[in-house]
Unconditional design. Structure first.
Length: 197
């Protein structure tokens, strides 16, 4: 599929649609786009947005759980929200918080909010997420599910130049089977995956 002179392909196994790597933005372009986002941890509207994941995740976490906000961005609001609820949360972001030491530990939970659509190597990153979570732990993902190919060209989510891969519900179901995750899908874009013991 070609849209706005950008080529997109579909994985025949997992049904994800991804941008041809020839069109991926460089790291400077990515950072410039991320710097434009207004992700203020004190913004009530942004907190309501994040609560799409925080609410269901919080209901399933044991008190005082230890987690990792993976791809937290410049203002780790989700980490703060979970800390306010009594959890300990480490943060990692390849641009803003690139400390790789936190990737050597395991956690009771991991969150990836508005992260997975930016991944240049999704398979390797999902395998990393799996390694970072203890058996029985939770992985919470928030993105937007791609549904209708006929509307893909006009879809606002596709128009972000840093979004290079788009997932269907079927993608996460396939991922759950592949990695042994028990999947809970909460439309329009929340995935809760429990790593089997």
């Amino acid at each position: 599929m070609c849209v706005d002179r950008l080529n997109y392909w579909r994985c025949t196994d997992c049904q994800a649609r991804f941008m041809d790597p020839a069109h991926w933005p460089d790291i400077g372009t990515e950072k410039a786009e991320y710097d434009r986002h207004e992700n203020d941890p004190d913004d009530p509207g942004y907190r309501r947005f994040l609560n799409q994941l925080v609410g269901p995740l919080q209901e399933r976490l044991r008190p005082g759980s230890h987690g990792l906000d993976f791809g937290c961005g410049p203002g780790p609001a989700l980490a703060r929200m979970l800390e306010e609820a009594g959890h300990r949360v480490a943060i990692h972001d390849p641009i803003y918080y690139p400390d790789r030491e936190v990737l050597l530990c395991q956690y009771d939970f991991l969150t990836a909010t508005e992260v997975v659509e930016h991944l240049h190597d999704p398979a390797a990153t999902f395998e990393l997420m799996d390694r970072l979570v203890t058996p029985g732990g939770l992985i919470g993902i928030m993105t937007r599910f791609q549904t209708d190919d006929a509307r893909f060209a006009r879809w606002h989510y596709r128009r972000d130049p840093t979004h290079v891969v788009f997932y269907r519900v079927e993608t996460f179901e396939w991922l759950g089977r592949s990695l042994g995750w028990e999947m809970e899908i909460i439309p329009p874009g929340v995935v809760l995956a429990r790593k089997r013991d």
